[in-house]
Design a protein. Structure first.
Length: 174
C-alpha cells in the first residue's frame, strides 16, 4: 500500500516539528538549570511541557501571598529566559497543603484555594512587570487538591506548598 505524497510530507513535517520542539525544550531546560541551581527549585521535562517547581518558602513568607525579596530575586533570574521563550505559553499554578488558612488571613483568603490562586496571580503580575507578554501567561490555583506529598507529615506538607511554572509549546497551524 502506497501512502499519498501529501500524507508522507505531513508525517515528515510533523516529525521535524516534534524534533524542533524537543530541541527547544532541551535548550530551555539547560538554560534554566544553569540559572536556577537550588534545592528549592526543580526543573522537569514532561511529555508536553517543561515544568519549574518552586517551593513556596523561597517565594513567600509563611501564610502570605506577597513575594519575598528572595522570591523576586529568583523570578528576576528566570524572567529573561521566559521572555525569550516566545514560542511557549507560561502557565503558573499555585498549590497549598491541607492546613486551613490561619485566622490572620481569613479576612483576605477564606480558603487555601483562594490563597494558592493569589500566589499564582502574584507571580504572573510580577513577571508581567518584568516585561513578559501577559497574553502568554495564565494563573491558576489548586489549593490542597493536587498534593504531591503526604499531608500528615511536615515534609509532605512542605512538598505540597509550591508554585509550578509550566512552559508549554505554542503550536501553530500552517
Amino acid at each position: 500500500m502506497r501512502l499519498p505524497a501529501v500524507l508522507l510530507a505531513s508525517l515528515f513535517l510533523g516529525a521535524c516539528v516534534m524534533q524542533q520542539t524537543y530541541d527547544r525544550e532541551h535548550q530551555l531546560n539547560q538554560q534554566l538549570e544553569s540559572e536556577l541551581q537550588s534545592e528549592q527549585v526543580q526543573i522537569q521535562q514532561l511529555k508536553d511541557r517543561l515544568r519549574i517547581t518552586i517551593e513556596d518558602s523561597i517565594l513567600y513568607p509563611s501564610g502570605r501571598a506577597d513575594l519575598s525579596r528572595e522570591g523576586r530575586a529568583l523570578l528576576d533570574k528566570l524572567a529573561p529566559t521566559l521572555q525569550q521563550a516566545t514560542d511557549h505559553r507560561i502557565e503558573v499554578e499555585g498549590y497549598t497543603d491541607d492546613v486551613p488558612v490561619g485566622h490572620h488571613l481569613k479576612g483576605k483568603y477564606k480558603t487555601n484555594w483562594e490563597l494558592s490562586s493569589a500566589r499564582a496571580a502574584g507571580v504572573v503580575e510580577y513577571l508581567q512587570r518584568k516585561g513578559i507578554d501577559p497574553s502568554r501567561m495564565t494563573a491558576a490555583g489548586h489549593g490542597q487538591y493536587q498534593p504531591e506529598g503526604d499531608n500528615s507529615t511536615a515534609s509532605g506538607r512542605a512538598e505540597n506548598r509550591r508554585i509550578d511554572i509550566d512552559l508549554v509549546p505554542i503550536y501553530t497551524q500552517n
